[in-house]
Design a protein around this ligand. Sequence first.
Ligand SMILES: Nc1ncnc2c1ncn2[C@@H]1O[C@H](COP(=O)(O)OP(=O)(O)OP(=O)(O)O)[C@@H](O)[C@H]1O
Ligand SMILES: [Mg+2]
Length: 284
Amino acid sequence: MKVRLDSQTTAHQDLGPAIHVRGLEKSYKKLEVLRGVDFDVARGSIFALLGSNGAGKTTVVKILSTLLNADAGTVSVNGFDVATQAAAVRGSISLTGQFAAVDEIVNGRENLVLVAKLRRVKDPGRIADELLDRFGLTDAAARKVSTYSGGMRRRLDVAMSLIGNPLVIFLDEPTTGLDPQARIEVWRTVKELAEHGTTVLLTTQQLDEAEQLADQIAILHEGRIIVNGTLSKLKQLLPPAKVEYIEKLPTLEDVFFAIVGDDGNNRDDVARTASSARTQKESR
Ligand SMILES: Nc1ncnc2c1ncn2[C@@H]1O[C@H](COP(=O)(O)OP(=O)(O)OP(=O)(O)O)[C@@H](O)[C@H]1O
Ligand SMILES: [Mg+2]
């Protein structure tokens, strides 16, 4: 689902983080999905929220983008409270949901022009053409979206989210289903956005994606953020390998499985799980 922006709300110029989340809780009937989620995202940074299937990543994104109400906790985006200032939040963000929200019955260019008009940007046609070119969709611009491949729809969806230069962009699994070239294009776009001051929160299950892109990486597991930090900080959670066993530095994947593996669901287990994983590897 894509949040449509009715107007570009004036930025809230406080010096706090772009996204502030404290004590966030959400249950679906008896299923407690979020059990006290806390994190901050600095302005102009890229924040990757990692987690297994069903961890609650999309639930977090929906709450932060005002599509879903939380049961408890405080969330502000661009200084606006998602519960009490939802319209102002929507005016300063854009969301590319996990499943593409493009209009199938019109063509690619018309989708972009429509969003540009809704967001009241100047010269919608020119903006649409620039984005079509940037995402390699110029040749398909006049074709109905119903004829697009999954990757093309995804690229169009991401392109639509850039219209109007929102201050914060939420991308829920932005590269799922993309071929390597399109994936790199999305990565490049995300990096460019952050360089120009946009704050990006993305979810992913692809650990290399978080490694490539994120200034900060948080792992959501069993309803809470169990690790949150830079890539180098996350790698430090593993004990340094003895020199005779080092073939390569631990990857983020090693960190992830050490933390959320079968019996390693908290920080105290990290070292033990990691060291046992390494021992098993060595004995193979
Ligand atoms: N509307 C709903 N009603 C009931 N349960 C839901 C609803 N939405 C999500 N859930 C459940 O909440 C849990 C978290 O779902 P969510 O979609 O947030 O996870 P996710 O981390 O985004 O997963 P994925 O990686 O598969 O996208 C899952 O167990 C899911 O089945
Ligand atoms: Mg999801």
